[in-house]
Design a protein around this ligand. Structure first.
Ligand SMILES: Cc1cc2nc3c(=O)[nH]c(=O)nc-3n(C[C@H](O)[C@H](O)[C@H](O)COP(=O)(O)OP(=O)(O)OC[C@H]3O[C@@H](n4cnc5c(N)ncnc54)[C@H](O)[C@@H]3O)c2cc1C
Length: 319
């Protein structure tokens, strides 16, 4: 079967889903509320420094994903990041942004960024999607919601009789927030051992030097992630107070005393999956409506990729 598919959400899950549908002969339109694709694979530039402040790297175990990343390396949109290799599994990053390999997967697919979908309308056998400007787009045979569970739940709430299995799925998962501290130093820090450092205890969970990833030239730039527990407990703290506290933690962890030339806190409200659904994706065969996202399988990029492909009916082999 083939026809028209609307994918809502252009993070890794949505892009993987859109690519798999398109490869199977479907005509695909992918929508994202942001002016860019990538979702939690995000990057900002500040005062000559480049920060990956969301997803940091991917350690693929699935052979399809690994092959895609290797193809990305050959094409110059991905690179190995040996600093984050663990247990014999190689780490990769997008180049020059984490989202760059996703852009390379969208050929032949209609991409609508800056398009927040606010409603889903069923008209006979067809789906229409409504955006925040009141435009109605369609008709579509299938709709894939590749958005976090809270947004999926909101969109399902706009349907007259939403499939119960889909409603239940969005209520069965949990995501934790993450405060990210962005630091730049000029001159660069003289600091070894923290290019990609996971931390198991205390307020911090991760310290990374962005400038050790290919394509992040510029001032010496660091991303520091607070732990899910600390981030949850301090969710409503003003960013200035978060900067103050997390900078002290960074200094205590690294011994750094230099003053950063740029400092900023970014809050991710739905960052990391702490309770996953435990199935690759959810699909209602009667209406053609489906759900995918990292939250179906676990809290990382590989989970998002496998979930997106699964919803399109093409799970990665060995995933
Ligand atoms: C701080 C942080 C650090 C992380 N570090 C790592 C890491 O090192 N390694 C790793 O593997 N994973 C990491 N992750 C997790 C990884 O980023 C995610 O698992 C993955 O990116 C999720 O992809 P997704 O497509 O499921 O969701 P998302 O990336 O959240 O994509 C959902 C998309 O839907 C869009 N959207 C939502 N509502 C609407 C709407 N109504 N209309 C249109 N569009 C909508 C959003 O704009 C977004 O682009 C990290 C995440 C965070 C936040």
């Amino acid at each position: 079967m083939s026809g028209r598919v609307a994918v809502i959400g252009a993070g890794l899950a949505g892009v993987a889903c859109a690519r798999a549908f398109a490869d199977a002969g479907w005509r695909v339109a992918i929508h994202d509320r942001e002016g860019r694709i990538g979702g939690r694979l995000a990057q900002v530039r500040r005062e000559g420094a480049v920060f990956d402040h969301g997803g940091q790297f991917i350690r693929p175990r699935d052979p399809v994903l690994k092959a895609l990343l290797e193809a990305g390396v050959a094409a110059g949109v991905a690179a190995r990041w040996p600093a984050a290799d663990r247990d014999g599994v190689a780490a990769y990053v997008g180049c020059p942004t984490m989202a760059a390999p996703l852009e390379a997967l969208l050929h032949g697919i209609e991409v609508r960024t800056g398009c927040r979908i606010t409603g889903l309308v069923r008209d006979g056998e067809a789906w229409w999607v409504e955006d925040a400007d009141g435009a109605r787009r369609g008709p579509f045979d299938r709709v894939a919601l590749a958005v976090p569970p809270a947004e999926a739940s909101q969109l399902l709430g706009t349907i007259e009789a939403p499939p119960e299995a889909l409603i239940a799925a969005t209520g069965a998962v949990e995501l934790a927030p993450c405060w990210a501290l962005l630091l730049a130093f000029d001159p660069p820090l003289d600091l070894d051992g923290f290019d990609a450092r996971s931390i198991d205890e205390g307020p911090l969970a991760w310290i990374a030097r962005n400038t050790t990833k290919r394509g992040r030239e510029g001032r010496d730039s660091w991303t520091v992630h607070a732990s899910p527990d600390w981030s949850s407990a301090h969710l409503e703290l003003p960013p200035e107070a978060v900067v103050e506290q997390l900078l002290l933690e960074f200094q205590a962890a690294t011994g750094v005393t230099a003053t950063p030339c740029h400092v900023e806190a970014h809050r991710w409200c739905q960052a990391l999956v702490t309770q996953a659904l435990g199935v690759p994706a959810v699909h209602d065969p009667v209406t053609g409506l489906g759900l995918c996202g990292d939250w179906c399988l676990g809290g990382n990029m590989e989970a998002a990729f496998l979930s997106g492909r699964a919803l399109a009916g093409l799970p990665g082999n060995g995933g």
